[in-house]
Each structure stands twice: as structure tokens, then as C-alpha cells.
Ligand binder design. Sequence first.
Ligand code: NAD
Length: 473
Amino acid sequence: MTQNPPDFPLRALFEAQHAASRAQVDVPLALRRDRLGRLRDLIETHADALSEAVEADFGVRSRSLTEAADLFVLRAGMGQLHKQLPRWMKRQRVSTPFYLLPARGYIQPQPLGVVGVIGPWNYPLQLTLGPAATALAAGNRVMLKPSELTPQSSALMASLVHQTFSAEEFCVVQGGIDVAQAFSQLPFDHLFFTGSTQVGRQVAAAAAANLTPTTLELGGKSPCILDASCDLRDAAIKIAHGKLLNAGQTCIAPDYVLLPKGMEAEFEAAYWAAATKLFPTFANNPDYASIVSERHHARLLTLVEEARKQGARVSGWDVPPADASTGRQLAPALLFDVPPDSRLMTEEIFGPVLPVLSYGSLDEAIATINARPRPLALYWFGRDDANRDKVLLRTVSGGVSVNDTLMHVAHEHLPFGGVGESGWGAYHGKVGFLRFTQQKPVLVQSNFSMGHLFYPPYGERFQRVTGLLKRWL
Ligand code: NAD
């Protein structure tokens, strides 16, 4: 399989894209659509092979999950880009304040130049080709660095992209952390990173040295609040789905649950009823994904054991948590009475393990959320609109689904991104297009401009004109 484009060390690859982006600044609609079309054909022609590669990377990972969570989302996003591009690319007239009339003003959208994309392993197609497609649609050149933890899908993407695009248009750079670090030090016009908060800090620091603007799509602990007014069975199945999809290895998976004191036993029963409906067995179930690596698997076991030793009650691990023959599939667990200073409550979990915390009042639940870094997502379940609004207005998160989990990510007209430690900048839909676009403001002066009235020497005329203007402002 093709590795990095032949004869192109990383820096030379960047230089080639940079030179090409400066040689052709105005990238017409037809070329943008051609690039999008080539990428869409690549995905359609090789959808099965790409899904198989993702499955091989994980050990167990349903192709249907890749179809829904990677390929479907990609198709939907690219369809919208293709359709909306003519509108989004157009210059936009803006109204002009009276004191500048009869000048005119407009905003001219332009490509930024070369965009770097660094991707994670959990949805290895959507979170790499998705931002790449948006950046291409915005007229940019793209260099993509996928995760070293999904080597088969990364290698296949690289091979297919290099068969379909010239290296100056779009290329894939493979390699480990050393390559990722060197990649983040390139003076891109924009660097789009999806990954952990810890690595995001390093990427932001590397980009700052070049004054490269970044988008950081990071992780965090996304809370799930059950209101006393909720339909518990409905909430339980949606929480179980959001948590167990890809075995909890989803950036916006519910990380912990907050429920009213006294609802614990009912929730525990409803959660297991829902979980076993979705996944009648966990071991050897082709629908239930493996944990991506031995290291990640061992970390999750340690987190739970530490919490257990600190006094937490573990529900659900009467089945053996894992063994090699199950391809690192890890049975889900609910945990009660988890100490707030345990790693389970201070680190992002990123696995099928769900702490359940109880609250006495809604204010207490809100305070628990606000005492932590701002989460990537927040979920609220209930029928009491006043309580819903109270939670949504008094907490800040990257995004929200009400009476569901995960689904806001699939809404193409909603921006997707984090806030604070869960990241900055957002994409999807028009917001994504603008993320990779310079919105250049242009003022066109008129022959009848009155600007000279403000020129020096400052004297009586200047005083009279500014005095008059002050009255109208
Ligand atoms: P990670 O941060 O370990 O790695 C992400 C990418 O960064 C990989 O391609 C890796 O090679 C690269 N990388 C590693 N060290 C680097 C360095 N020092 N400099 C530059 N690049 C470096 O994340 P991961 O384990 O692949 O993914 C899981 C994390 O990503 C979770 O925290 C999850 O919440 C987050 N995530 C966020 C989103 C989102 O949209 N906000 C989506 C998926 C995953």
C-alpha cells in the first residue's frame, strides 16, 4: 500500500501545497466541486474496503456502525457542501453606515491556503475525511494526519487519496507521534485538530509558534442529567445507546449521570434492561466494539478497580470484563458512590463505564457541572420545561441534546465543537465552511466620498462636521 507520497518529505510536501495555494488563490466553484466529487466517488467505490479496514483496526467493530457513524455522516456533510457551495462562496453585500455613504461594503469569502488536519482513531473516517472535505470545499489544499492507532484504515485512506488527488491538492501523512509533532509544527494557514485535551494543548502551543490559527475538537466529561419529570425507560435506552455505541469510545458519549436522590435503583434496572436489549451479549457480539488497544483496555480496568477500592459499588461486572479471545471487548459497568476525587470522576472515561451520581436539588446538579471544566456535550432528560431551561441557561457546554444523547452531532445546521477545555472553534455546515474561509471585508469608495472633511489640518470645519455627526449617532 502507498505510504506517504513518494519522494516528498513532510516539509517538501507542505512547501508544494503552500506554493500551489499561492499560485491559485481564486479557486472556482467547478474545481471545488470536482475535488468534492472525487472524494465522494472514492468513498462510494471503496466503502466496503474502508469499513473492513476500520473493523481490522479495532478487532471487533461492526461495519454497520462504520456505515452509520462514519460513512453516512460523511455523505450527508458532503451532499450539503456540494449543494450550498454556490451560495456560500458568493460575495455578500453589507449595509453601509450613513457617514461612509455613498461607499459600498461587501464580504469576499476566500480560501485560507493550506489546512492541516490531525485526526483521532475512534471514528477514523468521519473525523478525518469530514474536516478535509469541508476544507477542500472552502478552496484549500489539505494535508491530513490520521491516527497511528488505526493503521489499516489510515494506510487505505492514504493509498486511495494519493490515487485520486495530486499531492499538492490533498495528501495523507502517516506515522506515529514523532510525525504528528513535526506535522503540528508546520506553518499551516489553519490547523484542525481532533483528539484529547492533553494533546490539544501541545498542538495549540506548536501552532502558536507560527501564529497558525487552530480549531481544537477535544474531549471531556459530558454529563447526563435526569430530571425527576423524565420518562426513565426512554432516558435509559438513549443513555445506554449513547454510552455503548463504539463501546463508549465517542467524544460526546455520556461520561457520567446525575439523577435525583432515590432514583438510583430504578435507573440501574432500566439501564441494564436497555443495555441488554441493544446488546444481548457483550462478549463475541459483532455489534459491540472492542476497546481500541491493550493500553486503553488496561487503563479502563484500572480506573474501575481504583474506584472500587475507594468505595464505589460496581454494577454489571459479574460477566468477565474481558479476555483476549473477545478481542478486547469490555463489558459495560455502572458505578455508584464514586468518590469525586477518583480518576473515574476527574478524567474523561472513553469506555463503557458509567458513574452515577445523585443530587438533592437541581442547583446542586448545576453546581457539580459548573465545578468542572466545560464539557463537550450535555444531555438533559425530562418534561419540565422550566427545569430544562434552568439547566441550559446556567451551564455552558459545547452542545446539547434534550431527551436524547449524541444526536445534535448529526444536525448539519448546528455547529459542532467544544468550549474551554473541550476545545474551541466549531464546524459542520456553513460554520465549517466559514472555519476554513477568510471572510475578507472590502470597502469600495465612491467618487463622491466626503472623507476629505475629516482630513487635517483639524480646525473649525472638522469640529463642525464631527459635531453634526455626533447628533445623528
Ligand atoms: P490523541 O490526542 O491521543 O491523538 C489524536 C491525534 O493526535 C493522533 O493523530 C495522534 O497521532 C496525534 N498526536 C499525538 N500526540 C501528538 C503531539 N504531541 N502533537 C501533535 N499531534 C499528536 O487522541 P485519540 O486518543 O486519538 O482520540 C481520543 C480523544 O479524542 C478523546 O479525548 C476524545 O474525546 C477526543 N475526540 C474528540 C472529538 C471531537 O469532535 N471533539 C471527536 C473524537 C475524539
